[in-house]
Design a binder for this molecule. Structure first.
Ligand code: DOR
Ligand code: ZN
Length: 342
């Protein structure tokens, strides 16, 4: 069996920099026409000038014969000047700002501590048509890690959505029924991305039979009822939900560690995994909307002209891929994936 789709885009991707960047970019460019590139480098990409240079390094890593457009984002901080928002809007290459609550995840220390302090920046983004992409988790030490997303909706996101009714917001990598329902019932300016791991696994995968660090990401995997709600969400075919792998490479030893890093690498099978998920749910007819249409429609960009074809044929990713001078363990390493890119 084969299916042909409008070429998809990845609306949430980590590419890192330097030698790592050169190793991982080809996985994405083989499958996706465009990707929203996360700015959580060290130091973070907070300025248009840095994003222009980063974009150039990404383009230099694209293999000959692949056409790929990196869609750049800037990292929002409490000291971002208003002029940087204006410069970003005028740049033509920057589509969005990323809001990390400080301390919520990998390289988020420069993120936002007090949301009200960035309200003038959000005002300017709303006015200039830039999108706001949100890592939606609170970081308060009294909040259970499994409740961080739900409490973020109650304490922060609800107010943001009503205070900035014209601002386009993407609630990234949603993991709970609460988030799915909040987006579903919200205004048409609110959308969400879903990762393969949150659609395929629950927290048992992470914790039963030993701690499995390659299933550790943030937001952390949730209980099965939430995973099931996410599947219901994509089955609805609603245009508010679209593909964002959150593929995030980390060297093997930094994950297999007493303080292991958060992040799951899935770019090597970035569309194939979704084909498997949609097929298992009996909703393959909804894949193209999710992977190739809802994202560009929400961002106000054209859908891609090219197509890709996927064939139902089993293969196994290797136990690891090279990552600069180290290695990384991909999602489903040495396990069967049932779809292949033709
Ligand atoms: O698991 C994650 N890894 N979640 C994030 O939000 C960041 C990412 C990374 O950069 O490694
Ligand atoms: Zn991410």
């Amino acid at each position: 069996m084969e299916i042909t789709l409008i070429k998809p885009d990845d609306w949430h991707l980590h590419l890192r920099d330097g030698a790592i960047l050169r190793d991982i970019v080809p996985f994405t460019t083989a499958r996706f026409a465009r990707a929203i590139v996360m700015p959580n480098l060290q130091p973070p990409v907070t300025k248009v000038s840095a994003a222009v240079e980063y974009r150039q390094r990404i383009l230099e890593a694209v293999p000959a014969g692949n056409r790929f457009e990196p869609l750049m984002t800037l990292y929002l901080t409490e000291s971002t000047p208003l002029s940087e928002i204006e410069a970003a809007a005028a740049s033509g290459i920057i589509k969005a700002f990323k809001l990390y609550p400080a301390g919520a995840t990998t390289n988020s220390n420069a993120g936002v501590k007090e949301i009200k302090r960035i309200y003038p920046l959000l005002e300017k983004m709303q006015e200039t048509g830039l999108l706001l992409l949100i890592h939606g988790e609170v970081v308060d030490s009294d909040i259970d890690i499994f409740d961080r997303e739900k409490i973020f909706i109650d304490r922060t996101l609800s107010a943001l959505v009503s205070d900035f009714p014209e601002l386009k917001i993407v609630f990234e990598h949603i993991t709970t029924r609460d988030a799915a329902e909040f987006v579903r019932d919200g205004s048409e300016k609110l959308a969400a991305t879903l990762t393969p791991q949150h659609l395929m696994y629950n927290r048992n995968s992470l914790l039963v039979g030993g701690i499995k660090p390659h299933y550790y990401c943030l937001p952390v995997l949730k209980r099965e009822a939430h995973r099931a709600a996410l599947i219901e969400t994509i089955a609805s075919g609603s245009p508010k939900f679209f593909l964002g792998t959150d593929s995030a490479p980390h060297a093997r030893h930094t994950k297999e560690n007493s303080c292991g890093c958060a992040g799951i690498f899935s770019a090597h099978a970035g569309i194939e995994l979704y084909a498997e998920i949609f097929e298992q749910a009996g909703i393959l007819d909804k894949l193209e909307g999710f992977a190739s249409c809802h994202g560009p429609d929400f961002y106000g960009l054209p859908r891609n002209q090219e197509t890709i074809t996927l064939r139902k044929e089993a293969w196994k990713p290797p136990s690891s891929y090279p990552l600069a001078s180290e290695t990384l363990v991909p999602l489903k390493a040495e396990e069967t994936i049932h779809w292949q890119l033709v």
